[in-house]
Ligand binder design. Structure first.
Ligand code: FAD
Length: 667
């Protein structure tokens, strides 16, 4: 019986985890008990705090905790979700997928994605103290130097690799594997580039499968080596990935344990949980717009309560919620605010624009690979008694980040020796061609200017061996008679840009129930615009062909007798598009992309840190343009999606902001 940590079947497009079913009794035996917690109810609030931080996720927890290290500074952290009672659903790494479908998630849905067969996509985000770090897959690594250096080149001095890396390092305490474990799997790492004393614990999961051998050998046949350590600034080729977990008991190390728990008990730190912020409150002082505090409530029926900020409000509600709260507060594109009848406080075109995410499809193979089949009871026994087994982690072998050059050399036709075909076509596009005007009758000039700059950088750097273009995550799902092998394929530097726009001024939508795409009006249009630039779909064609080369043509994989289950050669869609060409491999993969494209949950870039005239929402000190005493710090300020999972980057952004505030820099 299979008890592996996650699987995803293309047939019904749902995730599930056996972990879900073992929780009930796991709760009762899980070792960690809640310590003494000081949670402040509204009626116990002080009459104002120096800083109010909205959202106790990755960034918000970090900022609130660090600011409260100064005893003279009062901090209020407000979180819509609960403080979990040390729930194994969160704490046991192997339960990650079950957590994503639990009460700890917001579970928004996108609007139908018109470029990919009107697919409606679930947009999972953490709604609990810890935010995304409480339910993510704990994959921990920074992007390549060039990813961050491009941020700097967009006009953000100090936000390149050299400006951000020390802060990402500051977050981490890295625990090397045992010598025996390192040797057994030939794990590569470089202790010198790792953090040594940060609050987030990272390590390699103890339970790895021998699938790392065909992965390393198969990729090697295709010219892809193992990188010594992704954290050195080149997250390219095959990477041994650490997870954000504590080897003390192989439990999740997340923003709650790393930052909030140490702050709880400080008399100058208060945290309100189960309270949803619906508005940043401002007043006019002369010509200036000044933030005075926030309004929040526990439900749509409750009246709002005002909390006063003496110095600043820092908005850290995440890539989807932060632009939403700004728009609800009258800070955003004028035509949108007019349409939904929110009084305009500041006309800021970039709020909600520039939406980016890693999108993904899954290839599935049968094989004769033999991996231990572990029952639920055995998995629990291993976890609790031996700190081992599939519940200790979420990945079991290295994963790959391929540059365009490597990907297209094997995965698709390249009609030029110098530049792969997708990039050649991208270069030929006018920046406005696939950009969406959002709430404007035509694309706003600042947003076009910002994208034009981004496009120039992508054109310049994507052909070089400096940036990841495509991620391949192998997952082994053991079964009697041979494991099922899943490959998650994820596009890294998407060309499409989406929008987040509120549909209503009514705060009641912030309390819309969870529940898939059941037609619940959540008062918000979340539009990834997946595949709106058709080259993003072409990239998946190249990626899928690459995976076929790897699985079906390398010696290492041929020995495993891999048979493609999905998409399968000659995949025909139940809902074929008009352009579908029977018998054509590219066309068939495109159909599969249209039917199954999904998110890798890295929503970001919706309040980009860029100059105002380039569609920016915040400056390099993360201050919102045109508003005094308001900053945004979370995944929304990322100007351009890096080729990496996001959490170390967002923690780093938060740590850097704290330093900026401490140094008291002015605009
Ligand atoms: C399912 C999933 C899997 C992921 N896997 C990985 C991974 O393996 N590795 C990795 O590096 N990254 C991963 N990520 C991404 C990473 O977790 C996020 O990028 C990161 O959490 C973003 O941090 P943030 O501070 O911007 O927002 P979040 O961490 O999402 O925090 C925002 C917080 O604000 C709260 N909030 C929102 N609205 C309001 C409101 N109105 N009032 C009060 N509070 C509010 C939310 O409840 C939440 O707690 C994953 C994300 C998800 C969702």
């Amino acid at each position: 019986m299979v008890a592996f940590n996650f699987r995803r079947w293309s047939k019904d497009k749902t995730f599930y985890s056996r972990g879900l079913y073992i929780l009930a009794f796991a709760t009762s035996i899980y070792g960690i008990q809640a310590g003494p917690l000081v949670i402040t109810d509204s009626d116990k609030l002080q009459d104002g705090y120096d800083y109010i931080v909205v959202g106790a996720g990755v960034a918000g927890s970090t900022i609130a905790s660090r600011l409260s290290e100064d005893k003279k500074t009062t901090v209020l952290l407000i979180e819509a979700g609960p403080l979990d009672p040390n729930d194994p659903l969160i704490r046991i790494p192997g339960n990650a997928i079950a957590t994503q479908n639990s009460i700890y998630a917001w579970n928004y849905t996108s609007i139908p994605q018109t470029s990919v067969k009107n697919k409606v996509i679930e947009v999972i985000a953490g709604k609990v103290v810890g935010g995304g770090s409480a339910l993510n897959r704990m994959v921990w690594f920074r992007a390549s130097k060039r990813d961050y250096n491009m941020w700097e080149e967009l006009g953000n001095k100090g936000w390149g690799w050299n400006g951000l890396e020390p802060y990402m390092k500051k977050v981490e305490t890295f625990h090397p594997p045992t010598e025996e474990h390192r040797k057994e799997f030939d794990i590569k790492y470089n202790i010198n580039v790792r953090g040594k004393s940060g609050p987030v614990q990272t390590t390699f999961p103890p339970f790895l499968t021998n699938f790392s051998t065909p992965i390393i050998e198969g990729f090697s046949e295709l010219g892809v080596p193992v990188t010594q350590d992704s954290e050195a600034g080149k997250a390219l080729d095959l990477l041994w990935i650490t997870l954000s977990e504590d080897p003390k008991n192989y439990s999740r190390s997340f923003a709650r344990t790393a930052y909030v728990d140490p702050a709880i008990g400080r008399s100058n730190f208060h945290i309100l949980v189960g309270q949803t912020v619906s508005k940043i409150v401002t007043k006019k002082v002369g010509k200036k717009v000044v933030v005075t505090g926030v309004e929040y409530s526990s439900s749509a029926d409750e009246p709002v309560t005002f909390a006063k900020a003496k110095k600043e409000v820092i908005l850290s509600a995440g890539g989807v919620a932060s632009p939403r709260i700004l728009q609800l507060s009258g800070i955003g594109p004028k035509p949108l605010l007019e349409k939904v009848k929110v009084p305009i406080v500041v006309d800021l075109p970039g709020v909600g624009s520039n939406y980016q995410d890693h999108n993904t499809i899954t290839a599935i193979y049968s094989s004769n690979f033999s991996a231990p089949v572990i029952s639920e009871a055995e998995a629990l026994d291993l976890y609790y008694n031996e700190q081992d087994g599939p519940l200790t982690g979420t990945v079991q072998s290295p994963l790959a980040f391929l540059s365009y050059t490597k990907l297209q050399a094997l995965g698709a036709k390249s009609d030029s020796k110098e530049i792969p075909s997708i990039l050649k076509a991208y270069k030929a596009q006018s920046p406005a061609k696939y950009l969406c005007a959002g709430p404007y009758p035509k694309i706003h000039k600042s947003i076009l200017a910002g994208y034009t700059e981004q496009k120039k950088l992508l054109e310049r750097y994507l052909p070089r061996e400096e940036l990841g273009a495509f991620e391949i995550i192998p997952i082994v799902s053991p079964a009697e008679g041979g494991a099922t092998i899943l490959f998650f394929l994820a596009a890294q530097h998407v060309f499409s840009r989406g929008w987040i726009q509120i549909k209503s001024a009514d705060r009641k939508h912030l309390f819309s129930p969870r529940g898939g795409s059941s037609g619940v009006d959540r008062g918000i249009d979340i539009d990834f615009r997946y595949g709106s630039n058709p080259l993003d779909v072409d990239l998946f064609v190249a990626g899928m062909k690459y995976v076929r080369k790897l699985t079906l043509e390398t010696e290492a994989f041929r020995a495993l007798n891999m048979k493609e289950q999905a998409p399968g050669f000659g995949y025909t869609s139940p809902n074929p598009s008009s352009s579908f060409v029977q018998g054509d491999e590219d066309s068939s993969i495109k159909e599969y992309v249209g039917d199954t494209i999904d998110t890798l949950y890295h929503s970001c870039c919706t309040n980009p840190m860029m100059p105002l005239q380039k569609g920016g929402v915040v400056d390099t000190e993360l201050r919102v343009y045109g508003v005094e005493n308001l900053r945004v710090a979370d995944a929304s300020i990322v100007p351009m999606l890096p080729a990496a999972h996001l959490q170390p980057t967002v923690y780093g952004i938060a740590e850097k902001l704290v330093d900026i505030i401490r140094k008291g820099k002015k605009h």
